[in-house]
Design a protein around this ligand. Structure first.
Ligand code: WT7
Length: 651
């Protein structure tokens, strides 16, 4: 039973808390009893098809699903257009003038687009893409801040059958260039800039630098954010203002009829090697999976005001800002900037101003809010909130309980949703009207999804930590890595026969609840963002001073995990704060600010096994200041001792 504060004093995070759905929530919930699990398990194909039937298909599918690991197909033979489903479908009925997107710029501008506005915009935008020669199957790179037009840009690609590849606006020009080249994109869509904590993001400049080395880019389309006093240069013949072209095109853009298995987008994510992988998602299954989970997990109803605080540059923005919620005709908030601009109450004033009812954010943000103090949320009217969500990394019980009490006033269920860029849709989550939640656990597999815990050898593990494993397939599952079939098979399908390996460690408790521990590979999760340690290492060794480096994740109060980099320097370079600062800036410039190391640890040598593998576990222990484990497999044991004492001195 939920412990009420007044009965038991303040809740402590280590207690055995259970939070049943509040009666009022349960009464009105779309799904309020367990039978959905049985129904889905009895006939998963019929379960998913039920959601697909709520979408618009130009041609019905012939077969729901085939799975020949690793190849899944969903709604085979079906034809549809994702943009039509997210926009056109809604303007024919009562939603025509419903607010689709409510935007606030960081400096305070406000703009709302109804579904009819969005419809007009995606039509114009689609025609602009066609005018620039974009056709079905072409790749379009998108490098934008959080604007209404960013959503329109993605949907316009879908409308004309182009495959979008959104690159987070915080990534460096080099990261953008790598992604443009890998996808062989013909067009880049960017903006003159955006605001972040009062500063102007010079996106166009970064875009120019990126495109410098890209022969594949024919045109750059620039959306005007409008920044007083900020000019950006336009290259004759290559760069075009979006508003100029939009004035010249027709109001109607015929949508391309897409096969259910035609690619909808590519989204790059970090892996265990230095090179990010382009995760491919297709049309029918992806749309069905995100639509179904939006409905069921966020319990979205017609009068909800939904706010997912993610950026469209991440999969959360794709699935739970653009495709799922718009397919569900939701009203949602898009906010451009930082949560602490101009002060730490910004998010809560937005919730109050628009009467946000469903709020979805990341544990790293929740931990920052906690640190900033209870007064900020207490100062706003959050009484309309009815459901809270969390995503991106394990949520620690302290943060869960704070979120529940200070944002949700003890009244809102929390859905801790586990999924990945590759899974496309939420796979493990409570159902807010059904599940008795436990802080820190993502609860159970979504209906129709088969998750278990396996050992390396594929044996079932109960009650102890093992590896998360997903059997069968689900509609929004990735169909592969762009241009790299082998890597797709090796990364996800080689651990066990025909079972998907997501790369996470987890355990299942006596109630069948999943507790996700985190990555078991050389991927770290920094403030909810995935980063390959190898990516940071290769950025570091590109600096003239660095001979060798090893990067590990260390616990961090707000970010969950932070980057710690062990570095050996070349002859003639002086180690110290100055070089450390330079290296941090170098990594941020090479990859993006999210990759900036928290600490640089200079070492005379890096501890290696006899076979030459860097001993990361040991480095993690050193970086965390822990006692050393067994070091006998080291090629040179003295290395570790000197490392350890040096680190202790610095700490
Ligand atoms: C990795 C996927 C899913 C969108 C954002 C991140 C971790 C994600 C949870 C959660 C514990 C979580 C996993 C996963 N993760 N959500 N609720 N509890 N861990 O997408 O960048 O593809 O990262 O994030 O480690 O593998 P991503």
């Amino acid at each position: 039973m939920a412990k009420k504060k007044d009965e038991n004093g303040p809740v402590d995070a280590h207690g055995d808390h259970r939070f049943p759905p509040p009666a009022e929530f349960k009464k009105a919930a779309r799904v309020s009893d367990e039978s959905i699990y049985e129904r889905a398990a009895a006939d998963p194909q019929a379960f998913w098809a039920g959601f697909a039937e709520e979408l618009r298909w130009e041609t019905p599918w012939k077969e729901v699903h085939t799975f020949d690991p690793p190849d899944a197909k969903w709604f085979i033979g079906g034809k549809l257009n994702a943009c039509v489903n997210c926009v056109d479908r809604h303007i024919e009925g009562p939603h025509r003038n419903k607010a689709a997107l409510i935007w606030e710029g960081e400096p305070g501008e406000k703009k709302t687009w109804t579904y009819f506005d969005l419809y007009r915009e995606v039509n114009r935008f689609g025609n602009v893409l066609r005018k620039l020669g974009i056709k079905k199957g072409d790749r379009v790179a998108i490098y934008l801040p959080m604007m209404l037009e960013s959503v329109a840009a993605m949907l316009a690609c879908a409308r004309v059958g182009a495959v979008h590849s959104v690159v987070f606006g915080g990534f460096s020009s080099e990261s953008l260039r790598d992604r443009i080249l890998d996808a062989d994109a013909h067009l880049l869509i960017t903006a003159d800039g955006g605001f972040r904590r009062g500063k102007v993001l010079a996106l166009k400049e970064a875009a120019d630098a990126a495109v410098e080395g890209c022969a594949c880019i024919e045109n750059v389309l620039v959306i005007q954010r409008g920044i007083p006093g900020h000019e950006c240069s336009m290259k004759e013949g290559r760069d075009h203002w979006y508003h100029d072209l939009a004035d010249q095109v027709d109001a109607w853009c015929e949508p391309e009829v897409m096969d259910s298995e035609d690619p909808l987008f590519i989204l790059y994510t970090s892996g265990t090697t230095g090179k990010p992988k382009g995760i491919v998602h297709t049309t029918g299954g992806y749309l069905t999976g995100t639509y179904a989970t939006t409905r069921v997990v966020f319990d979205l109803k017609d009068d909800d005001v939904y706010w997912c605080t993610a950026d469209i540059g991440w999969v959360t923005g794709h699935s739970y800002i653009v495709y799922g919620p718009l397919a569900a005709a939701a009203t949602q908030i898009i906010y451009e900037g930082a949560p602490d601009a101009p002060d730490r109450g910004r998010f809560w004033r937005i919730c109050e101003r628009y009467g946000v009812t469903v709020f979805y954010t990341a544990p790293t943000a929740i931990r920052a809010f906690m640190k900033w103090g209870d007064d900020w949320p207490a100062g706003a009217d959050l009484s309309r909130l009815r459901l809270l969500g969390s995503v991106g990394e394990p949520i620690n019980p302290e943060a869960w309980l704070w979120y529940h009490e200070h944002i949700g006033s003890g009244r809102c269920p929390i859905v801790d949703t586990w999924w990945q860029t590759e899974t496309g849709q939420i796979l493990i989550t409570p159902l807010p009207g059904v599940t008795v939640t436990k802080p820190g656990s993502a609860a159970k597999a979504f209906p129709g999804v088969d998750v278990e815990i396996l050992s390396d050898e594929g044996e079932k593990i109960d009650g102890e930590t093992g590896l998360l494993a997903i059997r069968g397939s689900w509609p929004a599952m990735t169909r592969g890595i762009w241009g790299d079939r082998q890597r797709f098979i090796e990364t996800y399908w080689s651990k066990w026969e025909g079972i998907y390996f997501p790369g996470d460690g987890a355990k299942r408790d006596e109630d069948g609840f999943f507790w996700v521990i985190g990555r078991v590979d050389d991927v770290i999760n920094v403030a909810g963002h995935r980063l390959g340690t190898a990516e940071v290492e290769s950025a570091l060794v590109e600096h003239a001073s660095v001979a060798e480096s090893a990067v590990v994740g260390i616990p961090h109060e707000i970010k969950g995990t932070a980057v710690a980099a062990f570095v050996t320097v070349r002859e003639g370079f002086e180690t110290g704060d100055e070089l450390a600062g330079e290296l941090k800036a170098h990594v941020a410039e090479k990859i993006g600010a999210i990759a900036r190391p928290e600490s640089i640890i200079f070492a005379a040598d890096l501890p290696k096994t006899r076979s030459g593998k860097i001993m990361r576990r040991l480095l993690r222990d050193i970086a965390e200041g822990k006692a050393l484990g067994d070091t006998t497999t080291l090629a040179d044991p003295s290395v570790v001792e000197s490392l350890k004492s040096q680190y202790d001195d610095e700490a």
